[in-house]
Design a protein around this ligand. Structure first.
Ligand code: ADP
Ligand code: MG
Length: 339
């Protein structure tokens, strides 16, 4: 009998993996912004065209890469962020799977310029559908400048599956806001078709919220702070009168990672009970810090769900934190937005 099993070439394996990591332009935006933050950038620029269909570019002033690292960064399971399985339980970076760049490069035309501050020249790499087209020295600023063009150029089915530009742009803005909220000390900007959508100087979280969601929040935020040995909660909630009919100004971060959590959302809403009209939703940006051994980060590339080993305690603490913030907001001194 003839054997029939063979290993897939990297380009096909990458394209299959890309199906998981890269669902739409916003997935690329998330991965590239997280890489910039992981690289210690103090300033990150996001430029998109046609809602990311033709161009997604991220320019950072982070630590950049050597020529070898630049090449390696596009290999699958290639990462600088973990080494051993123990490291999996103390992840402090946003990335760690080493899959994003390989996946993106499998389904787009990618051009990356990167340079370490101490190096005289940088490296330019061009890859199309996992095929390296060029690798050469180039003069460029320290940091990394990556362009992702014509996403899904080689996967028409995926391309056709994309929604309207306004829907895709909404997803991009969601990802941008999540990363920008989790890293308020970093300067972020977003340009769409040459128009500035956001320009957010680095500073305090309260300032970031106001820059992002509008000056009205200057008067409408209440600080939320609660600490227990198991978990700590900090951030801001909107005063009841700032509640809106839309649900997209509600953010939970666990150990600085954006998550969706219906049960905890319920805890916040419960704390507002009776203070906001039916059909309105409170504003909140809450950061939950907890020892990583008490949580199970779903390691699926794009999932934003998480499990706590003692979910009821987290629920009670979040609710108490929000109640306390609501109780004291009238007495609390006005917030300082200037730095
Ligand atoms: P991961 O972030 O999970 O490690 P990626 O495929 O996103 O995997 O990136 C692979 C590696 O490339 C990273 O571990 C990092 O060392 C490097 N890298 C990616 N983007 C940047 C960047 N903007 N600046 C510096 N290094 C980067
Ligand atoms: Mg990454």
């Amino acid at each position: 009998m003839q054997n029939i099993i063979h290993l897939l070439p990297d380009s096909i394996a990458n394209q299959i993996a890309a199906g998981e990591v890269v669902q739409r332009p916003a997935s690329v935006v998330k991965e590239l912004l997280e890489n910039a933050v992981d690289a210690g950038a103090t300033s990150v620029q996001l430029v998109v065209r046609e809602a990311g269909r033709t161009l997604i570019q991220v320019i950072d002033d982070g630590k950049g890469m050597t020529e070898t690292d630049a090449r390696m960064s596009f290999e699958r399971h290639a990462t600088s962020k973990i080494r051993t399985s123990d490291d999996l339980f103390k992840i402090r970076t946003m990335g760690f799977r080493g899959e994003a760049l390989a996946s993106i490069a499998a389904v787009a035309q990618v051009e990356m310029r990167t340079r370490k501050a101490d190096d005289e020249v940088g490296t330019l790499i061009r890859i199309e559908g996992s095929d390296t087209k060029a690798q050469e020295s180039v003069s460029c600023l320290p940091g990394t400048n990556i362009l992702v063009k014509n996403l899904f150029f080689n996967v028409p089915a995926r391309r056709n599956f994309l929604k309207s530009n306004s829907v895709e742009m909404r997803h991009i803005i969601d990802e941008f806001q999540r990363v920008a909220l989790a890293n308020s000390e970093v300067t972020f900007s977003l340009f769409h078709n040459d128009q500035e959508v956001f320009n957010l100087p680095g500073g305090k979280l309260s300032r970031r919220i106001v820059d992002m969601f509008g000056k009205a929040y200057r008067e409408q935020l209440a600080a939320c702070d609660e600490e227990t040995p198991y978990v700590s909660v900090h951030g801001f909630i909107g005063k009841p009168e700032s509640a809106r009919k839309t649900r997209n100004e509600q953010f939970f971060f666990v150990n600085n990672r954006f998550i969706k959590h219906n049960y905890l959302h319920h805890a916040v809403v419960g704390a507002y009970e009776g203070t906001i009209p039916e059909g309105h939703h409170p504003f909140y940006v809450l950061f939950i810090d907890i020892d990583p051994s008490h949580i199970d980060i779903n390691i699926h590339p794009t999932k934003t769900e998480i499990k706590f080993d003692d979910e009821r305690s987290v629920y009670a603490i979040v609710m108490a934190a929000v109640r306390k913030a609501m109780g004291i907001y009238n007495l609390s001194p006005s917030l300082d937005f200037d730095s």
